[in-house]
Design a protein around this ligand. Structure first.
Ligand code: 6GU
Length: 239
């Protein structure tokens, strides 16, 4: 998969060289390309924002640098391209969307700062490419960069060959097929500061353990995320 990340703060993306995403890059499973938007400005101050038409607080990102950036994206690779624009006004990001994005050959992330990007850039891109505006949740970040770190990590770990044991993807919270939160986990020692590991996990009875884990997962999900449980009405997923 090819990734292009466009931002006025390209340094935000250095942590992607670490850990699992870093290994996927080294292994050649991910081709990561970080771009400084200012290379597509032509004035001496490398201006990327301006005041909003109609008035109001904050600044809006100018369309011209973005237009040149997307032209350059097309020149750099002929792979079909999906544009991801992080914005609190976007489609809520979830595991289903992570799986969808993991199927794309090339993702181009356009990070807005300030009050966002001139709407004509969004309209231009949605006419020419597949475009998805994505939100991490109902809160406001200063820009898309931190959201991109989260989205890239969630997507890259789903790519074939990135995770050593793909079975672990099936068991985790929000895996396709079950939407329960994960059960609690324990490791050695069997007693720590007077707290014992639940007996059943030491029993060797695999059926009983699987049962216990299912119940804990259901209990936890009902308590913390009733919207994810089938017996809750109006959870948006049907029964
Ligand atoms: Cl994706 N971007 C910004 N700027 N703020 C957010 C967000 C994204 N998701 C939640 N808040």
């Amino acid at each position: 998969m090819r990734l292009d990340l466009i931002s006025i703060f390209p340094d935000y993306f250095s942590p992607l060289q670490l850990s699992l995403v870093g290994k996927a890059i080294t292994a050649g499973l991910v081709d990561l390309n970080v771009h400084d938007l200012r290379q597509w400005t032509h004035d001496r101050h490398h201006t990327t924002d301006d005041t909003p038409y109609g008035g109001g607080a904050g600044m809006v990102m100018k369309p011209e640098p973005w237009g040149e950036a997307f032209d350059a994206m097309e020149e750099q690779s002929a792979l079909p391209l999906t544009v991801v624009v992080p914005t609190p006004a976007g489609r809520p990001f979830d595991q289903a969307l992570a799986y969808e994005l993991a199927e794309r050959q090339r993702l181009v992330f356009a990070c807005g700062r300030y009050e966002g990007i001139d709407q004509r850039v969004i309209d231009h891109c949605s006419e020419k490419y597949e475009l998805i505006e994505v939100s991490l949740g109902d809160y406001v970040l200063n820009g898309g960069e931190v959201a991109v770190l989260a989205i890239v990590e969630a997507v890259v770990r789903l790519l074939p060959g990135v995770i050593g044991n793909p079975a672990s993807l099936d068991e985790e919270s929000h895996a396709p097929g079950h939407r329960l939160l994960e059960y609690p986990n324990y490791t050695k020692p069997p007693v720590w500061r007077d707290r014992a590991v639940p007996e059943i996990l030491l029993s060797g009875n695999h059926a009983a353990i699987a049962n216990w884990r299912r119940e804990r997962a259901l209990e936890r999900t009902r308590e913390r995320r009733p919207d994810l449980v089938d017996d809750d009405i109006g959870n948006g997923f049907g029964a």
